[in-house]
Ligand binder design. Structure first.
Ligand SMILES: [Ca+2]
Ligand SMILES: [Ca+2]
Length: 225
C-alpha cells in the first residue's frame, strides 16, 4: 500500500467512524422517553416547594433517613400534611418512594378531587396489610404481612373516574422501582369526579418519609424519571 492509498484508507475509516458515532448518538436521543409530569418533586430545594400547601409544619428538608438525593419530605404527627393541586382529569397516576417508622394505620397518600374529597388512597395497617381505598369507605382486600415498617417502598396509585359503579383505585407496592403486578385494587367504585389534588397526610404520630413524588395523566411505569 503506497502513501496515497494509506491516507485515503485512513480518511475513509475516519468518515465511517464519525458516521457511526453520529448514528449512535441519534439512536440514543430517540431512545430517551419523553416524560411530562403534573407534579414532580424531589424535596431537594430549601423549604416548602412552590405550589404546595403545608399543614402543621412538615419537614421538606429532612436529612436523617433520606430516600433519594440529599433531602426528603417528612411528617411526624397526625396533623402534618402537604397538598398540591394540578390540572383535573379523569385518570391520574401517582408514584413516590415511601417509608414509615410504624405501619399503625397510616395513610400513605391520597388523590382527591377539587372539593378535597378522597378518590383513591393507599393505607397501611398495623399487621402489614396494604389497602387501596376507593372513596372513603370502599377498600380492597389484601393479605396481612404485605409490607413492613422501616422499609423503603415504591408506591404507585392509579385513579380512573367512573360513571356510577366502575371507578378504579389500584395500587402497586414494591421494594424495588420495578412496577410489580397489582398489589390491591377496587374496580367497582362510585367515584365520578375528576382527580385534581394530591394530599400527603399520615393519620398517626409516626415518622413518614416521602421522596421522588410524581403525578401523571398517563401511566407511570418502572423506575420513573
Ligand atoms: Ca430527595
Ligand atoms: Ca428540601
Amino acid at each position: 500500500m503506497n502513501r496515497t492509498v494509506l491516507i485515503l484508507a485512513l480518511l475513509l475509516s475516519l468518515v465511517l467512524l464519525t458516521g457511526s458515532s453520529r448514528r449512535s448518538i441519534m439512536m440514543a436521543k430517540v431512545a430517551v422517553p419523553s416524560v411530562s409530569y403534573l407534579v414532580s418533586e424531589d424535596a431537594e430545594g430549601t423549604g416548602t416547594p412552590s405550589g404546595w400547601t403545608d399543614g402543621s409544619g412538615p419537614d421538606w428538608d429532612y436529612t436523617t433517613t433520606v430516600l433519594e438525593g440529599a433531602q426528603s419530605f417528612k411528617t411526624a404527627s397526625a396533623g402534618m400534611s402537604s397538598l398540591i393541586s394540578f390540572t383535573a382529569g379523569s385518570e391520574r397516576w401517582f408514584y413516590c418512594l415511601f417509608r414509615t417508622a410504624n405501619l399503625n394505620d397510616q395513610y400513605a397518600v391520597r388523590l382527591r378531587d377539587g372539593s378535597n374529597f378522597q378518590l383513591a388512597a393507599v393505607r397501611t395497617l398495623a399487621d402489614g396489610t396494604v389497602r387501596v381505598y376507593s372513596g372513603t369507605t370502599d377498600f380492597s382486600a389484601t393479605a396481612a404481612g404485605f409490607v413492613s415498617a422501616n422499609t423503603t417502598y415504591s408506591v404507585w396509585l392509579q385513579y380512573v373516574k367512573g360513571t356510577g359503579a366502575n371507578s378504579v383505585a389500584r395500587c402497586y407496592v414494591s421494594t424495588t422501582t420495578t412496577l410489580p403486578s397489582v398489589s390491591a385494587e377496587f374496580t367497582t367504585g362510585s367515584e365520578t369526579t375528576d382527580c385534581a389534588q394530591l394530599y400527603l397526610q399520615p393519620n398517626q404520630a409516626d415518622i413518614c418519609i416521602w421522596d421522588h413524588i410524581r403525578v401523571s395523566a398517563t401511566s407511570i411505569g418502572s423506575t420513573p424519571p
